[in-house]
Design a protein around this ligand. Structure first.
Ligand code: LLP
Length: 424
């Protein structure tokens, strides 16, 4: 459920008219709904609380990569949400948004020594180690700082899943995590070092996962490994279950309810006495955001093709170009007339800059506003300035008010970041 609804004939974000935002901020622009973020986080929080014996004092750590807007992070942080981060930049954003260090997890397949040192000095909750070679580097960094760092070993359970090959992470050929066969030895190696303290295991098998079965299998692997480690006398206090639960991008599509997902995790972990962590990204943010765009023109060709040329392009929303992702496209104000097929494209000079083909929409005209739904996760964060298009701004709505939380840079600002080589 989300809080983008039609009122008085036009789409609103909570009580704010999207037409008013477009007028004020210009388009394209991302628009987020506070109430939707709060609702999604609240669902997870309540589901986790309902399974406290099995999941312990579980941490919900929002995957910052999905939406790193400071105001979005602060909205979640003030409800108690933690942060799953993958870089120094993300750790700094989480801290700046008010996430306490002991609710921040650092993950990632290639953390630099500087990032590891930053995490240790900051006192993050845990560093998820993804390889033997990284563990050795981390031990050296922690020794240099004279502290003992809490770590989890990220296991590759050889259960790949996800909405697209490019976002599947848990298969044995994927670059993430330590194979099960090596993980026990690595855990023992960590336990033997005075500079790190292994607190548990982690996994993350993919994104936009639409059935619970692969997640259940992966959690089962963590359970078996926990028992095996304990049998060898090693403590396992925490299990980080990663993110990955899919969301409905199509109005009709059904995805598992967060409550069923959490109940399944509780069932698998029951009796272990561990503290669980969840790292949802898309689940909290995707349907809490829209990309709002204006029709530049409609190119009607003699062959019958009708191209809806928007002022948003692949540089603003990469997902269709990168993963053939589907986003619902909807006019802000419904026009009379029977729906017709549109090819929805942006102005960038690539055929890849096509958001949708043969999409049935009311007959739209130049100047009309449209939205892309489900754009709150992996939308603005993946935007760039290709074709020298200034970085897309972001707006956060709360009830009847809104704030520009990242403004559109002027052309002067865009150019001022560059220096001409001194000999030119
Ligand atoms: N934890 C780890 C370690 C991750 O790598 C990810 C996402 C998450 C949590 C959050 O996953 P989520 O709950 O959002 O599925 N750009 C792609 C998605 C890439 C996901 C990468 N890892 C897209 O637009 O579909």
């Amino acid at each position: 459920m989300n809080h983008f609804d039609v009122r008085d004939g036009a789409l609103h974000a909570e009580a704010v008219s999207l037409e008013a935002i477009a007028e004020d901020v210009g388009t394209p622009v991302y628009v987020y709904s506070t109430a939707t973020l709060e609702r999604h986080y609240g669902l997870m929080r309540d589901a986790v609380a309902a399974h406290r014996p099995a999941l312990g004092e579980a941490l919900i750590a929002f995957a910052v990569k999905a939406n790193s807007n400071l105001s979005v992070l602060a909205t979640l942080a003030r409800m108690g949400c933690g942060a799953d981060t993958v870089s120094e930049g993300e750790m700094r954003r989480a801290l700046a948004a008010g996430v306490p260090a002991d609710r921040i997890i650092l993950s990632g397949v290639g953390k630099t020594d500087a990032e590891l040192a930053f995490a240790i000095k900051t006192g993050v909750r845990q560093i998820n180690v993804e390889s033997a070679v990284e563990l050795e580097r981390l031990i050296v960094v922690a020794a240099g700082l004279g502290v003992r760092a809490d770590i989890a070993i990220r296991v590759n359970p050889n259960v790949g899943a996800g909405g697209h090959a490019k976002i599947t992470t848990g298969g044995s050929g994927d670059k993430f995590g330590v194979p099960v066969s090596e993980a026990l030895d690595l855990y023992a190696r960590a336990a033997a070092s005075p500079h790190v303290r292994p607190v548990g295991l982690a996994c993350h098998i993919g994104s936009q996962i639409t059935t619970l079965d692969p997640l259940r299998s992966a959690f089962g692997v963590l359970r078996d490994m926990t028992l095996a480690l304990r049998a060898q006398g090693m403590p396992v206090e925490r299990l980080d279950l990663g993110g990955g639960l899919g969301v409905p991008y199509h109005g009709m599509a059904a995805t598992p309810a967060p409550t069923d997902y959490v109940a399944m995790a509780a069932e698998v972990l029951d009796g272990l006495g561990v503290e669980a962590a969840f790292e949802p990204g898309r689940l909290l943010a995707a349907n809490a955001g829209l990309l709002l765009s204006r029709v530049i023109q409609v190119n009607e060709r003699s062959d019958g093709r009708r191209f809806l040329v928007l002022d948003a392009a692949m540089n603003d929303l990469m997902r269709p170009a990168l993963y053939d992702a589907f986003h619902e496209i909807e006019p802000v104000r419904t026009r009379p007339g029977d729906p017709v097929l549109h090819d929805v494209v942006g102005p960038v000079c690539e055929t890849g800059d096509t958001f949708a083909r043969d999409r049935s929409l009311p007959p739209l005209q130049a100047g009309d506003l449209v939205v892309f739904r489900g754009a709150g996760a992996y939308g603005a964060v993946m935007a760039g300035e290709y074709n020298s298009r200034p970085l897309v701004p972001e707006v956060l709505v709360q009830q009847d008010r809104y704030a520009i939380t990242r403004r559109r840079p002027s052309y002067e600002e865009m150019l001022s970041r560059e220096l001409k080589a001194y000999w030119l």
